[in-house]
Design a protein around this ligand. Structure first.
Ligand code: FUC
Length: 816
């Protein structure tokens, strides 16, 4: 972020600073507030059921999230007590085979409905779509409920809070000034600073991935000022026990009522000066100069790719009271400075790969982020806020998705209640996929690993779902998944959202994407290919081979929209994508030539894209589209984005039909929907319209802490936004690298470095007055490079490890 007044706050604070450093973190790439939060929302434990709003608005819009992929926390930064909400995504979740009725009951969620397909398809042939719809609705739901009130024990489950910590400070807001609550994206650290009675107080918080520990440091520029009482409020869905651990710590053990999942955390406090003691369930600090709290947390959850369907403990692993002990021993040995150094090195190695600047010559005053957002909403340009939002998406992915953990869920990793909107689940009809759109393009391919592991966890249970409903080979999943391999449709008869068998193949396209960006052939051979192939097998088998020789997805629905159909565009687009992926993957590995022929054959006979009476890309098999329809889902444009079967360069007529759909749908909607349309407009290479969607996402789908809102808070829009900006600047999905394909007029000057293109290229681009200045392409696999800028093209061979500078020479692209 541009540093307009780097010294002002520094100086203010440094006048009296003696024992604490005087960094002004607001001058870094940061999200910050200048007023403290109140404590009204503490541990209210309200359930935001269904699609309900979060009851704690302050938490939702004014807390600061930190995390390391498994442990997450939100910092509220109140004065009289620090309130910290805690989460464990690896993984504190209710539901699963260890619920009271046992494993066999848990896994008995699929209806055996494949036998009904013949009748449904005959009804379509007879033109009786009502009968087809009725039969589908009665048979293509599942046996497990989505709401706790509809089923005891609740087996689908929900992501749940690990409770809240409070650190009472004994300070009031009287005579308090210069308050700052800052999330530094440069160092992945939250900082709270303020003056009180002339003394400068500072709290710092970070969660380390390499050392699996949360670190909290309380200091002041005057000695003896730390009078703290640390206490904890547990999740009331658990039996829990909290006790002192020696003189300087607490140990908590809990067991979730619903499924017996064990979880634990430990806290140790290290103080300088004064006294410190652990008493029952509290840590009491008196007159200390400085206190560092270390927190380690874990559950007994174990990821399982091949669960034994009879074993209630299939997902039960190590005892968390032991694992947290080992983590704590390690953290205590290292101490604050070393823990911070490790954390910073680990985080910056990922985060600093990408730099982004828009119109660097135009400065914006360094105001608190919520004030900047408010003036942006009124139409005041703020390019640095746009940069910040972009990088915040990368920050959030690093904080919520690191190898060895579960993927980012509907709220990433941050949730403050016992149950939440849509169970804070893995929603497979757009949301989890959107979470991972920015991973490879923004040079965070490692962060895809939790998604890859999650997909692997769906295969064995997903084979049962594929057989039960379609008598199909391979595997699939349905609309909602959990950490315990849930792949069946839910019990609702509302087919519009609950019938969605192509979400499995959609997930599997991410496996190919990962390969396509990284060109990691070992991965493809050892892990990726089987996932893609078995998904392609499902895709083929689940289609209806009609008497006229065509293949169509019957029955299917367009996500959350419209009737049961004999073949929706979305389902066909996904099938097209996974079959193309499988064909390419089998060619890369030189395998399955015979099966490849079948995939190619199905592709040629799959019902094609069709253009309707308004010039729109048809959403359903018949032209029932309504130009006034502003539904948030735009899944029938899957081929435009995230797929690659529609493009203005290669299929201009279809691209035009997709444009008509986007024009009909309009530029508003929920946060994630605006994020998606931003990507789709970018793929249409209309930079100004993409920019309009980005503006709308910031103006109408963003909370004060820059979290995306549906409403309520849902993290997918953050990731969709970051992915969309990358799509505006670089595209590589059509077999060539396109530089600045959708640069808006407003971004006249700028640069981005370190983003990635398919083929394992790293790309840096700078532009001036709306024109390419130069691009540096780093070839990391040494494959030929095919570049486009506008209508100019350039092909050249590359050597692995070499960088190539591309510029405009006259009206041609040239490589230096
Ligand atoms: C999809 C969307 C909803 C919501 C839910 C979590 O089903 O249609 O708007 O985002 O996911």
């Amino acid at each position: 972020m541009k540093k307009l007044c780097p010294l002002i706050l520094c100086t203010l604070f440094s006048l009296s600073a003696a024992s604490i450093e005087t960094v002004d973190y607001t001058q870094e790439l940061s999200i910050w507030f200048d007023t403290p939060n109140n404590l009204d929302g503490q541990a209210v434990w309200l359930r935001a059921n269904g699609t309900g709003a979060n009851p704690d608005k302050t938490w939702e819009s004014r807390s600061l999230p930190i995390g390391n992929g498994s442990l997450g926390a939100n910092i509220m930064g109140s004065i009289s007590a620090e309130r910290i909400t805690l989460n464990e995504k690896d993984a504190l979740e209710r539901g699963g085979p260890n619920t009271a009725k046992g494993a066999e009951y848990y896994w008995n969620v699929n209806k055996q409905s494949a036998g009904v397909l013949k009748e449904i398809r005959q009804a379509f042939l007879d033109g009786d779509s009502q009968k087809a719809g009725y039969l589908t609705q009665e048979n293509f739901n599942g046996l497990g409920a989505y709401e706790e009130k509809d089923e005891t024990p609740f087996r689908f489950g929900a992501f749940t809070t690990m409770g809240e910590l409070y650190v009472e400070t004994g300070l009031s807001e009287i005579n308090m000034s210069n308050y700052r609550r800052i999330l530094s994206l440069d160092s992945a650290m939250a900082v709270v600073q303020f003056y009180k009675d002339g003394i400068r107080y500072q709290r710092k918080y970070f969660i380390s991935y390499p050392d699996s520990v949360m670190v909290m440091k309380f200091t002041a520029d005057k000695g003896g000022k730390q009078n703290l009482v640390l206490s904890y409020c547990p999740n009331n869905e658990a039996k829990s026990h909290l006790e002192a651990d020696g003189n300087d710590g607490l140990v908590y053990t809990g067991v979730l009522n619903n499924n017996g999942m064990k979880f634990a955390f430990r806290i140790k406090a290290i103080h300088k000066g004064g006294t410190l003691k652990a008493e029952n369930d509290r840590i009491i600090v008196k007159d200390a100069d400085e206190v560092v709290f270390l927190l380690t947390a874990d559950t007994d959850y174990k990821m399982n790719f091949a669960p034994d369907f009879k074993d209630p403990k299939a997902y039960v692993g190590n005892d968390p009271s032991q694992t947290t002990l080992a983590m704590m021993d390690n953290a205590l040995k290292k101490g604050y400075d070393e823990l911070y150094r490790n954390h910073e090195a680990d985080y910056t190695a990922l985060f600093n790969r990408v730099r982004f600047e828009i119109n660097p010559e135009i400065g914006t005053p360094n105001l608190p982020t919520y004030k900047r957002l408010a003036s942006y909403k009124k139409g005041v340009p703020d390019y640095q806020l746009e940069q910040l939002y972009y990088q915040f998406g990368r920050y959030l992915l690093i904080a919520s998705s690191r190898p060895g953990n579960m993927p980012a869920n509907l709220q990433g990793l941050w949730h403050n209640n016992t149950d939440g909107p849509w169970r804070v689940d893995y929603h497979n009809n757009i949301n989890i996929q959107m979470n991972y759109w920015p991973a490879c393009p923004t040079n965070l391919s490692e962060c895809t690993w939790p998604l890859i592991d999650f997909i692997r966890s769906l295969v064995k249970p997903g084979e049962k779902t594929a057989q039960a409903y379609f008598n199909a080979r391979g595997w699939t999943a349905s609309i909602s998944a959990n950490i315990f391999g849930f792949t069946a449709p839910l019990s609702s008869k509302s087919m519009a959202w609950n019938l969605n068998p192509t979400v499995g193949p959609w997930l599997a396209t991410h496996i190919w994407e990962y390969y396509d960006y990284t060109r990691d052939t070992k991965f493809l051979k050892e892990i990726g290919y089987d996932l893609i192939k078995s998904s392609a097998q499902f895709a083929v088998d689940h289609l209806w081979h009609k008497p006229d020789g065509t293949y169509t997805a019957a029955p299917s629905t367009s996500p959350e929209h419209g009737p049961v159909d004999e073949g929706v565009t979305f389902a066909h687009a996904v099938v097209r994508e996974i079959l193309l992926d499988a064909i390419q993957a089998s060619k890369v590995l030189g395998t399955d030539a015979k099966e490849r022929k079948q995939w190619e054959n199905v592709l040629t006979k799959l019902v094609p894209y069709r253009i309707g009476r308004y010039g729109q890309l048809l959403e359903w098999s018949t032209d029932i589209d309504d130009p006034k329809d502003e539904h948030r889902h735009v899944n029938h444009l899957f081929g435009l984005h995230p797929g690659h079967t529609i493009s203005p360069v290669t299929t201009p007529e279809l691209a035009q039909a997709a444009r008509v759909v986007l024009e009909h749908r309009g530029d508003g909607a929920t946060g994630w929907s605006m994020g998606w349309k931003l990507n789709q407009w970018a793929r249409l290479q209309d930079g100004n319209h993409a920019y309009k969607l980005y503006g709308n996402l910031l103006k109408n789908g963003t909370l004060d802490n820059l979290w995306d809102t549906h409403a309520p808070f849902q993290i997918d829009g953050n990731f969709g936004g970051t992915a969309g900006i990358t799509e505006m600047l670089l595209q590589s999905h059509m077999g060539f690298i396109q530089l600045l394909p959708a640069l808006p007029d407003a971004w006249a000057n700028g640069s981005i470095s370190g983003i990635c293109a398919k083929g394992n290229f790293e790309v840096s681009i700078s532009w001036k007055e709306g024109q390419l200045e130069k691009a540096i392409i780093h070839s990391k696999s040494g494959i030929p490079c095919n570049v486009r800028y506008g209508d100019k093209t350039l092909k050249f061979k590359t050597v692995k490890g070499k960088k190539y500078e591309i510029t405009l020479k006259g009206d041609k692209l040239a490589v230096l």
